[in-house]
Each structure stands twice: as C-alpha cells, then as structure tokens.
Design a protein around this ligand. Structure first.
Ligand SMILES: [Zn+2]
Length: 422
C-alpha cells in the first residue's frame, strides 16, 4: 500500500481547474486504475478534517474516535521509546524564555544536537511516575510519563506564540459524562469524573514539577552558556503539548493475521505503525520532504516484501509542498512517485494506492474533502475508471468508504478474513 500524504487536492484555477493529480503524467497509476478498482474515501468521516495521526490510525483499520487521545504517543513510538498502555506522552520543544518566562523563541533557534541536554533532563526524578525524555529531530523531543493513575486530560504548557508567558499545566476536564451503558447510573458517571479529576491533578503536579526542574537544569547547562556566548538563543525551557495516553491497540496480526512492515520517514507514521505491531524500517535518505530518496525507499519496501505479506510505503513530501503552496513541486513529486511505482507492478500481487487526507495547495492546510483510492490485483472487480484522480475515482466500484473500511477490504482480498455468521 502506497500512502501519498496529502496528495489529494482541489481544482486549481491556474491549472485550468484541474488538480495536480489530474495534470501530472502518471502512466503507472493510470494503468493500475484502469485494471483495478477505484473509489473515494472519507478517512475519518465526511467533512471531518483528518490529522496525519488520526488518518493513519484509520488507514490501518482502527476507529480513530475510539483510539486517539492525542499526538504525543505516536511521536514517542516513532522516536523508539518503549511504551506501555496507560503511559502519557507529550510532544516537547526546546524553547528560549527570558527571566520573566516570556517565550522568545519556540524552537530555541532551531537548535540541533540536543542529546546532552536530554540526557541531563532524563535524570530528573519525579515523585509518583518515571519519565523518559528523548530528543528527536532538531528542536523537537518527546516526554513520556510512566506510572499509575495518569491522565492526558491536561492543558499544554506551550502558549503557541512568541511574546507570551509559558503556561502552567492545568486539568482539562469536561463535566461528568452523560450516563451511558458502561455507567448506567448518574452516580457512576460522577464517580468516574472524580477519578478522572484525581488523575488529571496528579499529572498536572508532575508536569509542572518537571517543567520547573528542567528549566533549572537547562539554564545552567554548559551547552547553553556556550550558546549565549556565541549569541545564540539558549534552549532553556521545555514546552509541552499534544498530550495523549498510549492506547492498547490490537495489532494488525491479531486482527487480520497479517505480518506487516512500514517504510516511512515521518515519526508520526512510524509511531502509528509501531503501535499496530508492524516492523518499522528506517531508510537512510528518507527525509519526509520532496527531496526524499525514493529509490532507497522503494528498495527497502521491495526487500520488506520478501519477509512480510503487507508493506506500507509512505511518502510525505506532497503534504509539505501543499503547505508551502508549491504546486510545481507537488506535480513533480507525483510524477517521480509514479515512476517508482513501476518497480512494484511485477513484484507484488496486490497494490493499493491511498491518500491520508486532502491538502489543497490553495488552502495550504488539511481539508475534509474525500480522497481517491485504488486497489489492483487478482480477483479485484474492475470498474469503468480509466485514470487515477479525485474526480475520476468518484465513479469507481468501491463507491465511497470510510478510512477504517480500507484495511478489512485489503485483508479480504488477501484471503485473510473470516466469515461473519455461518
Ligand atoms: Zn498527512
């Protein structure tokens, strides 16, 4: 399954109202569309704008509304942190604050080489939880709390804006939920609310304690003294955001008896695949940008197909080009990926081409438009669609499905599903 991140688009006026996918030369995708089956997919639900994390959960067959609490766990899994269900994970930024805790730079001058800092921070001992703090790329890091009774229902410490003071973390709780089936009494709902509030309070205490102590360590760290001398912004504060609880996901193998692997550069995608129990293959030269080494990724995916029944090849650059409004770069990448796709036509039985969400170059962010999908292989019922595109796929035999429907369809074509009923 080739996943083209953010490849779908809307008609572009300066392309005579065609989309980048419609205008790009892509003989291989069109060849597959002609001999396969196409359709449209609402990755989350009609009109819901997907994040890349919720979209990939859905593409792997999970219900994002049931499994998603925040982005942190997927970033942490992608950064190779060992996670257990119930851990709480946050995205973190090394940032620069002044003496009054006003944020001067949310990325500490896009600092690199922060391993020394993360090692110092990881020595912090908290009362009531263990912590893992890992630097990832550039100014980014992840914080994971491991312990009993933790919660993701807390606010960010990141004010998301330069010139504002860092925020204290606070509980983020909605009023008692309506009594439902699981908690048939109002008393049950209130009891559950009290437990959630207690967990949120504990997590708030831990995070604020962490923030204070991390600041003390960072502001005196030799690496930062050196940066100040060089006139660079010191990385003297850790901003936290996107907290989520690590979900207990049934693996791809547990659900479909499919051994899967994933070739991707984006930490978020790697994280989702890892939590789904897939092998995650690191490829040198895979950058997650338009300059990514597609040959190296294709080679790694072809190799993975020798030992796995199902391989995801994820290409991120479309999304980046769309966020930059760069329609030329987007079309070019579509054409390069199409050329790469040729290597797989003889190498594997079943090929699916999917998109996680639409990112129109005219809007420069994700939108809720459905995305085109295609499946080619033996036994696939073909349709009248001749080319792969947002509008042509609308006439395809798969009709309009939800993201979480795609994996069961693929598993069924692989002969992996069991009969429902007798
Ligand atoms: Zn995406």
């Amino acid at each position: 399954m080739l996943i083209c991140d953010g490849m779908a688009d809307r008609p572009v006026p300066k392309l005579a109202n065609r989309t980048p996918l419609e205008i790009a030369k892509k003989p291989n995708m069109d060849w597959l569309a002609k001999r396969g089956i196409c359709g449209l997919m609402d990755t989350i639900a009609p009109g819901v704008t997907p994040g890349s994390d919720t979209a990939h959960l859905a593409l792997l067959g999970y219900d994002p509304f049931e499994t998603y609490t925040g982005r942190g766990p997927f970033e942490a899994a992608g950064a190779n942190v060992e996670l257990q269900a119930g851990d709480v994970a946050f995205r973190a930024n090394y940032a620069t604050v002044d003496g009054a805790f006003i944020v001067k730079d949310r990325r500490a001058g896009r600092i690199h080489g922060t391993e020394e800092l993360s090692a110092a921070i990881e020595k912090i001992k908290l009362r009531g939880a263990q912590l893992v703090f890992r630097s990832t790329i550039s100014h980014r890091a992840v914080l994971v709390l491991h312990g009993k009774g933790l919660s993701h229902e807390v606010t960010d410490s990141d004010p998301h804006e330069v010139g504002r003071k860092v925020l204290g973390v606070r509980p983020l709780l909605h009023p008692p939920e309506r009594p439902g089936l699981a908690f048939p009494t109002i008393a049950g709902g209130i009891r559950r609310y009290v437990v959630r509030r207690r967990r949120a309070s504990k997590t708030v205490r831990l995070l604020n304690d962490f923030s204070r102590r991390a600041h003390d360590i960072l502001k005196n760290h030799p690496l930062n003294q050196e940066r100040i001398q060089k006139g660079l912004p010191p990385a003297n504060y850790i901003l936290l955001r996107g907290g989520g609880i690590v979900p207990q996901l049934k693996t791809l193998y547990e659900r479909f008896k499919i051994r899967g692997a994933c070739v991707a550069a984006a930490a978020l995608v790697k994280g989702v695949c890892k939590l789904a129990g897939m092998s995650v293959i690191d490829v040198p030269g895979a950058t997650g940008s338009v300059d990514t080494d597609l040959n190296a990724k294709a080679k790694a995916a072809l190799r993975a197909l020798e030992t796995h029944e199902f391989v995801i090849l994820h290409v991120k650059g479309f999304d980046e080009a769309s966020h930059d409004g760069n329609v030329g770069a987007k079309i070019q990448l579509i054409e390069r990926v199409d050329t790469m796709l040729n290597k797989f036509i003889d190498a594997t039985d079943l090929i699916a081409v999917a998109v996680d969400h639409t990112t129109p170059v005219s809007v420069r962010r994700h939108t809720g438009d459905p995305v085109p999908i295609l499946i080619f292989g033996p036994g696939v019922r073909t349709d009248e669609v001749k080319t792969y595109g947002e509008r042509s796929a609308a006439g395809g035999g798969m009709g309009r499905i939800l993201g979480k429907n795609l994996m069961p369809i693929i598993a069924d074509l692989m002969g992996k599903t069991e009969m429902f009923g007798a």
